[in-house]
Design a protein around this ligand. Sequence first.
Ligand code: FES
Length: 133
Amino acid sequence: MSTHSITLKVNGEEHTREVEARLLLVHLIREELELTGTHIGCDTTSCGACTILLNGRPVKSCTMFAVQASGAEIASVEGLATNGNLHPIQEGFTEKHGLQCGYCTPGMMMTTVALLKDNPNPNEEDIRWGVAD
Ligand code: FES
């Protein structure tokens, strides 16, 4: 088994790990870094529960190897709140009860953060398309 040394920044904190080439990014985030707010739903690139931001872009972390993220900046749901204050997206989801079972909510919030960064005033169609990816 060969391993690779990777360094990446997650929620502003730099991490270096020795990982197998086959390790998925979502497993690195959840199991190595213990950031379990990123969920695994389908494991087949369909549901988006595992969505994180990779260099500011939403990525399904079950579809990417950890080694591919070496050198990247990653944001997970744990990085949204600052100084104990919820991010406006978290407040919005809370206020509007924007969830069903809640399992995919972390991924939906990360996707929404990226959507609003690109388009601060989306219409309903923009939102539907934005969160459908
Ligand atoms: S776990 Fe469903 S898209 Fe990654």
